[in-house]
Design a protein around this ligand. Sequence first.
Ligand code: PQ2
Ligand code: NAD
Length: 154
Amino acid sequence: MGRYFPLFVDLEGKKVVVVGAGTIAERRIRTLLGFGARITVIAPEAVDQIQTLAAEKELVWRREAWSGAAEELLPGSVFVLTAVDDPAVNGAVWRACKARGIPVNRADDRSRCDFYFPGVAEGGGVTVGVTAGGKNHRLAREVTEKLKKWLAEI
Ligand SMILES: C[C@@]1(CC(=O)O)C2=NC(=C\c3[nH]c(c(CCC(=O)O)c3CC(=O)O)Cc3[nH]c(c(CC(=O)O)c3CCC(=O)O)/C=C3\N/C(=C\2)[C@@H](CCC(=O)O)[C@]3(C)CC(=O)O)/[C@H]1CCC(=O)O
Ligand SMILES: NC(=O)c1ccc[n+]([C@@H]2O[C@H](COP(=O)([O-])OP(=O)(O)OC[C@H]3O[C@@H](n4cnc5c(N)ncnc54)[C@H](O)[C@@H]3O)[C@@H](O)[C@H]2O)c1
């Protein structure tokens, strides 16, 4: 795998589908909401924070397991994140997205990501996305934290 190009995407008012509503989905949803995305979450169970966001109408939670019927929710999604604790489900979501040409990120398999979810640092009107090329999320976090501190000072 080569290096990934850092693309900056306008998400304001745009649809993003997230499959799974656990710890990883919640962290990523928070980041995406900060960029104005209109999020639909598909999962039978959700962590409290996602339930609260749904109750506050910050996102739409479809309380259902991934299925063929849920595929109808994919069209129009700028990209899809799948962060389910079951590789079979993540694989099914991945295939459905590939069949429709929708960029997809599988949180459990770096080799099945059309894009990586970056560490995001913002400050002083600057947005930085950090990746270690899929090979070292700890390093990505460390660099992101340093950048956040540095950006807060400018
Ligand atoms: C940067 C950050 C953004 C974010 O996630 O928000 C991020 N991972 C973060 C944290 C983190 N990741 C993992 C743990 C738990 C384990 C631990 O503690 O060590 C924790 C810690 C935690 O969750 O606290 C495990 C893990 N990660 C991946 C796999 C699958 C694989 O490698 O194949 C597995 C094994 C899963 C399993 O066990 O099945 C894959 C990916 N993770 C990526 C991004 C993508 C680019 C990475 C890069 O740049 O190199 C990439 C390649 C694809 C993608 O998912 O986009 C964020 C840190 C920044 C922050 O927190 O601010
Ligand atoms: N990329 C990363 O940074 C990273 C970090 C840690 C873990 N992971 C991977 O991400 C996966 C999710 O981690 P987590 O900690 O958020 O898990 P979690 O257990 O907190 O959440 C799993 C979610 O998947 C949902 N789910 C289960 N079956 C489903 C189905 N059939 N259809 C739709 N949703 C379903 C559950 O309801 C729950 O909301 C892990 O299995 C791991 O492989 C990735």
